[in-house]
Design a protein around this ligand. Sequence first.
Ligand code: ZN
Length: 276
Amino acid sequence: MRFLVVMVIIASFSQFALAKGLVVSTHPLYLIAQEVTKGVEQPALLLTPQQSGHDIQLTPKGRQMVQDADLVIWLGKQHEAPLQSLLSQKSNAIALLNSSILKTLPQRDVKGRAIANSIDTHVWLEPNNAIRIGFFIAALRSQQQPQYKAQYWQNAQNFAKEMLAVSRVVNKNSRPKNYWAYHDAYQYVERALNLQFAGALTTDPEIPPTIAQIQYLMVNKPQKNMCILAEYHADGHLIQRLAPVTTVTVDEAMANENNFVIGWKKLIKSIQQCLH
Ligand SMILES: [Zn+2]
């Protein structure tokens, strides 16, 4: 069924297949696209690497990029909400979260409870999802530029192989390890690392944590010294109220990386360090 949906998307897509340029919305998608298009073309990144999707300001240049693109890949309105008005009218903009190719998990509240009918949009952090995104881009771009089909597919396969290799060597903990997140972004690596989410400080990285939530976490600490995965701009003073804690700076968007597989590996490594 899922396969069928994908085929329908690709088939209907080929009707406007006149190729020029590939534009992707966020940095992690850009890193995947870069692998798939190696030796053929250079994808363009719509948002700056630091704009993870939570905060978005589109420049006039960005709007022009979208106008000129032959294919725009974005996650979807659930992740990059401000792009919706622009991209929903564009026939060659594909929202990955609407494509049925990804394995998705429901969003969780700050206490770790699943929220019905929601999607945790940090899908690229799951290795199989990253691989699927790679093959999907290869399929869509091959429709537009059939002369490069073999290269796109070869690239997607190489990417899949590398991604699988690094995700296999991840050392699983024998017992699940508890952790907190500044905002809940790392659900998709929990299985690979055998992690147990014990709560987040805030629902959104742009919203400061509430005192009530800090208190909730202090009262519901599953172990004495907790690990917090926090992004660069997280409020260090607030985090210290939860001491003793080990904080590790992680970046869901891999903004400082230029290779997806290496970036993913580094992210996993820093999470593992936090847990020791
Ligand atoms: Zn996030």
